[in-house]
Design a protein around this ligand. Structure first.
Ligand SMILES: [Zn+2]
Length: 327
């Protein structure tokens, strides 16, 4: 009789236990993200959090993993999580049907062993890079073009995705709070998406094993039959490297079912507790501008979020919400 992971034991440097103990957050479960989720689950990663705001469309059925005709109209994150759970009963998988800014808290990014970006817009990638940098989380990004793909690894403290974007394109001052651009649609196919996802998943397991993985980008070019590393340089002008001081973070003992009034009870009258997204049509990010009875979930605050609390004139501390237990 053979065991499920018998062939893995023959791979140099493979540690099944390391994968069992590992957790990964996958942002975006479209063509690339659903495939990389399948590969990591099948490899034996123990805990996955998959996040996507979109529902399965007919045009998604030509790519991606886990979608079928009966899933059209259902949330991609839920469909993918259900498919993963069915094939990997021991996997602890959590689905978040939301934009990642509302779906995955900063503390959840921080505590994951790896954050995989499978997004389809530059703006979203920069926003995710900014959020990862806030809590020093590494980010492994993948994207496709019609006949190839690119995988970028950004360990903590080095380059981020935004460093490689021309300054003019990242001109918004606060990418981590910017709303998403509509993605620019480009040609995509199952073979190219799977190729890119497989490269991303291979690097992911090596990172989870603690094996050397070069920072920077790898371009996959099936037209020439080449994969080429591309060195990325840290841009000292990149505005996305703000970091939350861990010594200024306190656990709030609240979850997203808590109300604004519950948060206000934890701060002094002169303090302004903030969220990363606006809470009213005028764009205020102060919880004092929100209804006291509104829950944090009502305001789009994700589990495990870390909320800034500004103390005049220019001091800031942070409140960390409870994470949802994964799986
Ligand atoms: Zn950067």
């Amino acid at each position: 009789m053979t065991e499920r992971y018998d062939r893995h034991t023959l791979i140099p440097d493979w540690s099944q236990q390391a994968l069992t103990d590992a957790s990964a957050v996958i942002i975006g479960v479209g063509a690339v993200g659903s495939e990389v989720a399948r590969l990591l689950a099948q490899a034996g990663v123990g805990r996955l959090l998959v996040c996507d705001p979109d529902s399965v469309a007919e045009s998604n059925l030509s790519r991606g993993t886990g979608y079928g005709p009966d899933d059209v109209g259902r949330p991609k994150a839920t469909v993918v999580a259900d498919a993963l759970q069915a094939r990997e009963p021991k996997l602890a998988v959590t689905a978040r049907v939301a934009d990642f800014r509302h779906g995955v808290g900063l503390a959840e990014l921080r505590s994951a062993d790896l954050v995989l970006s499978c997004l389809d817009s530059v703006t979203d990638r920069i926003a995710l890079a900014s959020r990862c940098n806030l809590v020093e989380a590494g980010m492994l990004d993948a994207g496709t073009h019609p006949w190839g793909g690119e995988v970028r690894y950004h360990p903590t403290g080095g380059t981020c995705f935004a460093c490689g974007v021309p300054a003019g394109e990242r001109a918004l001052s606060a990418w981590h709070v910017a709303c998403a651009d509509p993605p620019r649609l480009a040609g995509a196919s199952a073979p190219v998406s799977a190729l890119t996802a497989a490269w991303q998943a291979t690097l992911a397991v090596r990172i989870l094993f603690g094996l050397p993985v070069d920072a920077g980008a790898v371009r996959l070019d099936p037209l020439t039959g080449e994969s080429r590393p591309v060195l990325l340089r840290r841009d000292p002008e990149c505005p996305c490297h703000r970091r939350l001081d861990p010594d200024r973070i306190t656990r709030a003992g609240l979850d997203t079912g808590a109300t604004v009034a519950d948060v206000l009870a934890l701060v002094r009258p002169e303090e302004q507790p903030l969220v990363w997204q606006s809470v009213d049509p005028l764009g205020s990010t102060s919880l004092r501008a929100a209804s006291p009875n509104a829950t944090l979930a009502d305001l789009g605050v994700p589990p495990g979020e870390i909320l800034p609390v500004v103390r005049p004139p220019a001091d800031v501390r942070y409140l960390e919400l409870e994470k949802e237990a994964l799986g």
